[in-house]
Design a binder for this molecule. Structure first.
Ligand code: MN
Length: 522
């Protein structure tokens, strides 16, 4: 019933012969459950194309390259996406280092799939710059705050989303990350650490924002031992000890509960779940490292048919076992910002053993595990999770802005019939993110120019701005910038802001600074 979370990288697969055709056939059989024959034909073509492009190529592990895109497609298949997403997953690495391909791809598969593949390829540029103090865990928190690290990483996350015009690209990228993390052990140690850190700081938080609990947990637990090897191993040992000690009590609670629910005529599924190791580690840091204060290390999860059943079951549990004061949480009427819904309670279970119990419907469960992706499965006939309309915890200003985006997007999602239009919708249609030559990210409103970019960095840089280079090409100061461009500002100490700049710039910051300068030097 209970399985311990695995903090160690998945060991090498058993050395049976890998057959691309056999793997593809079993994937195809699963896709056939919800895709039409015409769609399957398209996916067949995508597989054959990828298989040809990657022929003879090998992964760092020595495996045939095609195993990787197949694994990415298999991961995505668990979300039941459309045919384009699966085809793009199979093709997602076919543009890597092959400059002639986009045209070929566009002719063969059309622009929808090609855009997805190009989007996924482009995102490989987003990475955290190595910092010397990474190596000193004790000092990290302090350094992170002082150096604006959190802001930097937050910008990277936003940029990653902004650079993609389509949420499906993010999903492909997350699946790509999971498979890369599963086979990370074969990489060079320094490369391993960088990839794992990007996973922990950029990709897992994005999965979390999208409400994808299962992928978030998997990404974090795969990356944790690479970024914090000593801490991960020590925590794993502690958790295993507790699991061994509590296994009997949990099993008894589970059996008792199953009897009780059967007597009451409630149809329910009960699972034990062990908290993901990395989120446990984060939580421990907030509780003086005291595992006794973590009541949800092991929880029982009850899945019932309806929302009314959830409250009914909560009542039955409280009759059976006394709840702990202040630990009953109703995330059904007050969902978490990412859409999470459940009832939580913590009780004195059999033998006074403290136990957390989570109660939810199947739809709530899928929302919790798959987040946004839960919305496009099973066309029609299913209970729609409520759009997010309330927040559970106080949020920072940045998070609130993000939340507003998510909410707007989710609300549209829940009442749109054209799923494709929804999924292809821009996340940040009104923001762009550009790089400085040293890799810092500058966040600007859409339509911003190199002058805005300069003022955003520093007023004095804006005031002396004489020209700009974008992605290595000299451009006029009036050129609108685009997502992901590298912008270099040329300065001249004799340069002064000009009146016509006021008509070019987009940001208030630039306008105010230019007016101040014009006023000072009319
Ligand atoms: Mn890949």
């Amino acid at each position: 019933m209970i399985s311990s979370p695995s903090p160690q990288p998945t060991p090498q697969r058993p050395r049976q012969r890998f057959s691309p055709e056999a793997t593809y056939r079993s994937l195809r059989a699963r896709l056939a459950i919800w895709l039409k024959p015409k769609d399957l034909g398209l996916i067949d073509l995508a597989f054959q194309f990828a298989d040809r492009v990657h022929a003879g190529e090998r992964r760092a592990s020595g495996e045939p390259y095609i195993r990787h895109p197949l694994a990415v497609a298999e991961l995505l298949a668990t979300l039941r996406p459309d045919a384009q997403t699966i085809a793009a997953a199979l093709l997602h690495d076919t543009l890597e280092g092959k400059p002639y391909q986009p045209k070929v791809l566009r002719t063969a598969f059309g622009s929808d799939i090609t855009d997805l593949v190009e989007g996924a390829t482009k995102l490989d540029r987003v990475t955290i710059k190595p910092q010397p103090w990474f190596a000193i865990p004790l000092l990290q928190r302090q350094f992170k705050q002082r150096l604006g690290y959190e802001r930097h990483v937050e910008s990277l996350r936003k940029m990653l989303l902004a650079m993609t015009r389509d949420i499906r690209v993010v999903l492909i990228k997350l699946a790509d990350r999971i498979d890369n993390m599963r086979t990370l052990a074969v990489m060079r140690p320094d490369k391993r650490e960088r990839i794992a850190r990007d996973t922990l700081e950029i990709y897992a938080p994005i999965a979390n924002r999208l409400g994808m609990g299962q992928w978030k947990g998997e990404l974090q637990d795969l990356a944790f031992p690479y970024v914090y090897p000593i801490e991960a191993a020590a925590l794993k040992r502690r958790v295993d000890r507790i699991l061994r000690r509590q296994e009997g009590a949990i099993r008894r609670a589970n059996e008792r509960l199953a009897d009780e629910l059967a007597d009451a005529g409630v149809r329910a599924e009960i699972h034990g779940r062990v908290k993901h190791l990395y989120s446990l580690w984060k939580k421990l840091a907030r509780h003086d490292d005291n595992l006794d204060q973590i009541y949800d290390l092991i929880a029982l999860r009850i899945i019932v048919p309806t929302e009314a059943d959830c409250y009914h079951v909560l009542g039955l549990i409280h009759k059976l076992w006394k709840p702990l004061f202040g630990r009953i949480k109703d995330y059904i009427s007050l969902p978490k910002p990412n859409g999470y819904q459940s009832l939580h309670t913590t009780v004195f279970g059999p033998g006074g053993h403290i136990l957390e119990i989570q109660i939810r419907t199947r739809a709530m469960h899928e929302q919790a595990e798959q987040g946004v992706a839960a919305h496009w499965q099973y066309e029609g006939a299913r209970e729609q999770p409520k759009p997010i309309s309330r927040k559970g915890t106080p949020l920072s200003r940045n998070e609130l802005r993000w939340l507003a985006e998510m909410r707007r997007w989710q609300e549209r999602l829940s009442d749109l019939t054209d799923l494709k239009a929804t999924l292809a919708m821009d996340f940040f249609s009104d923001r762009i993110f550009c790089f400085t030559p040293t890799g810092d990210v500058i966040d600007l409103p859409a339509g911003s120019t190199p002058i805005d970019f300069a003022y955003q960095i520093h007023t004095s840089l804006g005031n002396r701005c004489a020209g700009a280079t974008v992605d290595g090409t000299i451009v006029s100061l009036a050129t609108p910038l685009r997502n992901g461009q590298i912008v270099e500002v040329r300065t001249d100490n004799r340069q002064r802001p000009r009146r016509d700049w006021l008509t070019i710039v987009k940001t208030e910051k630039a306008k105010t600074a230019i007016r101040a300068q014009l006023g000072a030097n009319p």
